[in-house]
Design a protein around this ligand. Structure first.
Ligand SMILES: [Fe+2]
Ligand SMILES: [Fe+2]
Length: 161
């Protein structure tokens, strides 16, 4: 997978994780038969941490849930590919290596870009993983189009109440 300028979201902690994601993916893609299970485990562990980090940030700013669901879907696929590979079937790993770069391009420029934009606009503090003085900053900043998965639960409740 080649790193493209489009992947740069100008949000240091996210960009750093994405650079590592591409690097570890490339190690997996170039692994020989003897080491590919180990490389796949390394890639899955990094992806769990990568998605877990974004999920925590989303939770901290009350960001709508479809991005998290997308992470869960991808991890389910990775675990399925891992169990097939461990059983001696490398076909799905080959498909994964072919298709993941396209998925990542869409995800980085879509969902991750929207999250990065929102984190920047609310002044998210990555040390403490909080927004100073406000919980639910994503709901508070709605209208910017950054929280693109529909209203959050708190917005729905506010509208109903
Ligand atoms: Fe990401
Ligand atoms: Fe993401």
């Amino acid at each position: 997978m080649e790193w493209l300028d489009d992947y740069e979201l100008e949000l240091e902690p996210m960009d750093q994780t994405h650079h590592e994601f591409v690097e570890i993916f490339n190690r997996l893609a170039s692994a020989d038969a003897a080491s590919r299970l180990e490389r796949l485990d390394e890639f899955i562990a990094h992806t769990e941490a990568h998605f877990g980090q974004e999920n925590r940030w989303m939770e901290a700013i009350d960001f709508p849930g479809c991005h998290r669901a997308e992470h869960d879907r991808v991890l389910a696929v990775l675990r399925e590919v891992r169990s097939r590979l461990a059983a001696g079937d490398g076909f799905f790993l080959g498909r994964l290596i072919e298709e993941l770069p396209t998925w990542f391009g869409h995800h980085a420029s879509g969902m991750d870009a929207a999250l990065a934009f929102t984190l920047k606009s609310v002044g998210f503090d990555f040390e403490t993983e909080t927004v100073a003085g406000s919980k639910g900053a994503c709901a508070a900043s709605s209208g910017a189009g950054a929280c693109a998965c529909g209203p959050t639960m708190s917005e729905v409740q506010a509208a109903e109440g």
